[in-house]
Ligand binder design. Structure first.
Ligand code: ATP
Ligand code: FE2
Length: 335
């Protein structure tokens, strides 16, 4: 049956509705980002934001020229991982829509949605994924019916680290794009040496760590280094650790495609470093459009589409949110 699957994303700061046709054409998401006036993201405040913007977002979905409610064949939503109060808003809207439209409900794993939207957009078949977002930093590969986590951060996510460093320096959330802009300013006049602003490099076997580098970067600012220089050094060190682990994952698994995903995959320098590494070892490097790197409803719809095709849906009784869901908790039986 031709139709569309709606995807609802609400794991953290972003509330978003997206859709995909049953034959895999992605449609842009309608999203609203919660930006705290000061400090970090308070789960309750983010959830209130999501509730407040629900009807406006649904109106925007309804009014899109490519969309009609008659064509909806399923409702997919982020079941986890994420912040409980935020997840609950998305799940409630999803249950309501699924019940009133009388179409299947599909609870999806947010981390895996980052992978599947990337596979859709880039045509990658069996990649190693470097999943770099606010809350997560993982190197993932598919094996024996699961997306396996081969390496991950031992403390905070890389995006969280960039956001915290930015906040410490008066830059509003999300800090990653501004850190990128400042780093670019620093290198705009040519190659620089890292020697004067070395930071700890956190690779432990196949795992990474970012809290030590954050503390040191904040210290470098107190020592009098310029914000632009420290932003640059922070990117060089933290991205290098991700690329090193991704390279080792390619070597161990024998796979030859690297796929970037998650909000930090918007960063041009990370894309460049990943591409250089892949070229040096005869592999290819891919990433989806920026709108599909950051959290978005369309990626939830795309994973819902693959699950629906494989005959998977979620009964209302099984639709409780799962804030602690992990990438490797979900059985992967779709192509
Ligand atoms: P997840 O639940 O998957 O951990 P998330 O809630 O962190 O996702 P995303 O939208 O995937 O949300 O990622 C947001 C992160 O991406 C923020 O930390 C933000 O600073 C970072 N980010 C966005 N653009 C850039 C950029 N150009 N450079 C570096 N970081 C970026
Ligand atoms: Fe995400």
């Amino acid at each position: 049956m031709e139709g569309v699957i709606i995807g609802i994303e609400s794991t953290a700061h972003t509330f978003s509705f997206g859709s995909v046709s049953t034959n895999g054409v992605l449609f842009p998401s309608q999203s609203s980002l919660f930006r705290p006036e000061e400090g970090g993201i308070h789960p309750r405040e983010a959830a209130d934001h999501h509730s407040d913007v629900t009807s406006e977002l649904l109106n925007r979905v309804s009014n899109a020229e490519y969309f009609s409610w008659d064509s909806v064949v399923a409702i997919a939503f982020s079941q986890g991982p994420g912040l409980g109060p935020c997840l609950r808003v998305g799940a409630s809207v999803a249950r309501t829509l699924s019940t009133s439209l009388q179409v299947p409900l599909i609870g999806v794993n947010h981390c895996i949605a980052h992978i599947e939207v990337g596979r859709n957009q880039t045509g990658c078949d069996d990649p190693v994924l470097l999943y770099v977002s606010g809350g997560n930093t993982q190197v993932i590969a598919r094996a024996d019916g699961k997306y396996r986590v081969l390496g991950e951060t031992l403390d905070i996510g890389i995006g969280n680290m960039l956001d915290k460093f930015a906040r410490h320096n008066g830059i509003a959330f999300p800090g990653g794009p501004e850190v990128e802009r400042l780093a670019n300013n620093f290198t705009s006049e040519g190659w620089k040496s890292l020697d004067s602003v070395l930071l700890p490099y956190g690779v432990h076997g196949m795992d990474m760590a970012f809290s030590g580098i954050l503390t040191s970067a904040i210290q470098r600012i107190s020592d009098g280094h310029s914000l632009e220089e420290v932003c640059w050094s922070l990117q060089e060190h933290s991205f290098a650790s991700c690329v090193e682990v991704a390279e080792r994952a390619l070597a161990h698994t024998g796979k030859n495609e690297l796929l970037l995903g998650g909000g930090v995959a918007c960063n041009e320098r990370l894309r460049e470093m990943s591409t250089i590494m892949c070229e040096e070892r005869g592999s290819s490097c891919h990433w989806p459009e920026k709108q599909y790197c950051i959290d978005n409803g369309t990626m939830i719809a795309e994973l819902g589409r693959r699950m629906l095709e494989a005959g998977i849906s979620t009964e209302l009784l099984d639709s409780a949110i799962n804030p602690g869901l992990r990438t490797d908790n979900t059985s992967v039986i779709w192509h």
